[in-house]
Write a protein that binds this ligand. Structure first.
Ligand SMILES: *[C@@H]1O[C@H](CO)[C@@H](O)[C@H](O)[C@H]1NC(C)=O
Ligand SMILES: *[C@@H]1O[C@H](CO)[C@@H](O)[C@H](O)[C@H]1NC(C)=O
Ligand SMILES: *[C@@H]1O[C@H](CO)[C@@H](O)[C@H](O)[C@H]1NC(C)=O
Ligand SMILES: *[C@@H]1O[C@H](CO)[C@@H](O)[C@H](O)[C@H]1NC(C)=O
Ligand SMILES: *[C@@H]1O[C@H](CO)[C@@H](O)[C@H](O)[C@H]1NC(C)=O
Ligand SMILES: *[C@@H]1O[C@H](CO)[C@@H](O)[C@H](O)[C@H]1NC(C)=O
Ligand SMILES: *[C@@H]1O[C@H](CO)[C@@H](O)[C@H](O)[C@H]1NC(C)=O
Ligand SMILES: *[C@@H]1O[C@H](CO)[C@@H](O)[C@H](O)[C@H]1NC(C)=O
Length: 509
């Protein structure tokens, strides 16, 4: 009897939690209207890039080969077999990049360091002073322009020698990553306020070692993504703790990780099973990394349960590795903010047999969620779905699941195939997504402290190379000078930054 009462009570608690989730996440009907509002003076506005995508100079001044160099040079992976050997040539043209940042009036600029430029052979740990000096000159100049550098330590470009020595499965990499982070913190720490340990570890692990679409092209969807993510989480925690104990008092910066995630909405928010599927998908995507770091040092229970039951072992073991109690204490709380990369939204319902059969066995199958889109959603010129209310949804998800941690949106943007200067569709996209962010801050009280457009200029968009243009600036890749030309969105964004959002035309007259 008592047991039964407890069960009823528990069901009520669970149901009200689900209902609460429904009301906070299903904003499809009430909130699509444009909302005028401005953000605080200290809200930071920026644009992003990444080393492999803009630097070029792939083998200059002592830089060693990384997995993207190898992957592109191999051929057969990238559209037209293009490479990032030169791309925007920012290694030589970084002064032009700073000119564009100044033109827009950016408050911060997010970019990544190339590990193989700074420590070409991490197995010896010898520092390449030419690489350090390149970044020191660049960061100093960014800072002198009045722009805060936001530095990502790892944006997918693993030194090839580490890939060849067991990749993220070889725990020696934790010490090697720590050494690299130490070099970066000690050489650049006095100039850098915002650090990011990893960009989108989901992409590194799933696309690199699950589907194999990205470098190094390994296809082990059942095992390697979980094993490698496990090591990456430990590397992240190691770098954060190094900064915390050794550099924080001197430099007072903020260290975090950047996670990519769609907003996961229930397909039918009146169906509890769809609501549950949306929560499960989010826990597998963003929660895979966020739950250990932002909640309790461990994977979420739902992720542990679903990977275990899909492992199908006779002894109850799971393909998802386990953290020891020491690991959990070490990992929990290793953040100063939440870096979020967000572009689009998925609708969720429980998987069925046909869907399970259609996804690779492993990570994607383990979550048992069928992800779809609403075919009526508008699409970008490159075909991705535009769902502005998902920005508000994911920011509220972070508010409710991760204790309203301060968030910096570290990427958001839109691609097109030709890089037209008259990019009204990009302005529409950014305007609607930024507006939903403003609603999240001003109406929902989400603690968002910064926003960053992907990307400053058209660059090497991984396997799409130069066929997807996402820049505020156009770059002609046939022009040896690689001149940067402002698109209309650049000047529009300049205005948004100056206005701190969208001031009400009625209020300001
Ligand atoms: C409310 O949202 C649902 C789901 O997106 C949609 O099908 C319906 O048309 C919307 N209703 C109104 C009045 O916009
Ligand atoms: C921004 O300023 C407000 C008050 O003016 C303050 O409460 C908040 O902590 C500041 N935020 C950041 C990120 O510095
Ligand atoms: C790209 O490289 C692969 C592997 O070397 C080769 O088979 C293919 O023909 C190349 N494609 C183009 C368009 O050059
Ligand atoms: C480490 O990588 C180097 C360079 O690719 C290779 O020669 C060596 O055999 C690798 N060692 C191990 C133990 O895999
Ligand atoms: C792990 O990496 C180190 C060097 O980075 C190498 O010496 C060692 O042999 C590697 N172990 C395995 C199992 O590949
Ligand atoms: C959503 O689910 C509810 C409850 O099962 C159902 O009554 C309703 O018809 C569904 N809506 C759609 C659009 O399928
Ligand atoms: C585990 O077993 C279930 C049910 O028997 C089956 O549908 C699924 O494909 C199996 N998963 C793997 C990874 O073998
Ligand atoms: C470039 O793409 C945009 C968006 O698809 C389109 O509107 C425009 O006409 C295209 N311009 C050229 C020159 O192809």
């Amino acid at each position: 009897m008592l047991h039964f009462k407890r069960l009823v009570l528990l069901s009520i608690v669970v149901l009200s939690a689900l209902l609460c989730f429904v009301t906070t996440t299903d904003q499809r009907n009430s909130t699509n209207a444009f909302y005028y509002g401005v953000l605080p003076e200290n809200f930071t506005w920026g644009a992003s890039t990444a080393a492999y995508q803009i630097e070029g100079a792939w083998n200059e001044d002592g830089k060693s080969e990384n997995i993207w160099d190898r992957f592109c040079h191999e051929g057969g992976h990238i559209v037209m077999n293009l490479t990032g050997d030169v791309t925007c040539d920012s290694y030589h043209k970084w002064r032009d990049d700073i000119t564009t940042m100044n033109e827009i009036g950016l408050k911060h600029y997010r970019f990544s360091l190339s590990w193989s430029r700074i420590v070409p052979d991490p197995t010896t740990g010898v520092v390449n002073e030419a690489g350090v000096n390149f970044y020191l000159n660049f960061i100093t100049a960014v800072k002198q322009a009045g722009i805060e550098p936001m530095v990502t330590l790892f944006h997918w470009d693993l030194p090839q020698i580490l890939e060849d020595n067991g990749s993220w499965g070889n725990e020696t990499i934790i010490k090697q990553y720590q050494h690299y982070a130490d070099v970066a913190f000690s050489r650049f720490g006095h100039l850098v306020k915002y650090w990011l340990t990893f960009n989108e570890p989901w992409v590194t692990t799933w696309m690199g070692y699950g589907t194999g679409q990205y470098a190094p092209g390994t296809k082990q969807p059942a095992t390697l993504p979980y094993l490698y993510a496990h090591t990456i989480i430990k590397c992240h925690a190691t770098a954060w703790r190094l900064y915390d104990t050794t550099y924080r008092a001197r430099f007072n910066g903020m260290v975090s990780i950047t996670l990519n995630t769609n907003f996961y909405a229930p397909k039918n928010s009146s169906k509890p099973e769809d609501v549950e599927a949306a929560e499960r998908a989010a826990q597998f995507m963003v929660g895979w990394f966020a739950h250990p770091i932002y909640v309790d040092g461990d994977y979420s229970q739902v992720m542990k349960d679903y990977v275990r039951r899909n492992t199908n072992s006779t002894d109850g073991s799971s393909r998802l590795p386990t953290f020891t109690d020491t690991d959990k204490l070490f990992i929990k709380g290793t953040f100063d903010y939440f870096g979020l990369n967000h572009y689009t939204t998925s609708l969720c319902e429980p998987s069925d047999a046909a869907h399970q059969a259609s996804v690779p066995k492993g990570y994607l199958g383990d979550m048992e969620v069928k992800l779809t889109v609403d075919p009526t959603w508008p699409k970008s010129p490159s075909g991705s779905y535009i769902v502005p209310w998902g920005m508000r949804g994911i920011l509220n998800f972070i508010r409710t699941h991760y204790n309203n941690t301060p968030v910096i949106v570290t990427e958001n943007g839109l691609s097109d195939p030709n890089g037209t200067l008259n990019d009204q569709f990009r302005i529409q996209y950014l305007r609607s997504y930024i507006d939903e962010l403003i609603k999240a801050v001003l109406i929902d009280k989400c603690n968002v402290i910064g926003y960053t457009v992907w990307t400053l200029m058209d660059n090497f968009e991984w396997t799409s190379a130069i066929t997807k243009k996402m820049g505020l600036y156009y770059v002609d890749f046939d022009d040896p000078q690689r001149r940067r030309v402002a698109k209309q969105s650049a000047m529009w964004y300049k205005r948004v930054i100056a206005d701190r959002g969208f001031p009400d035309p009625v209020l300001i007259g």
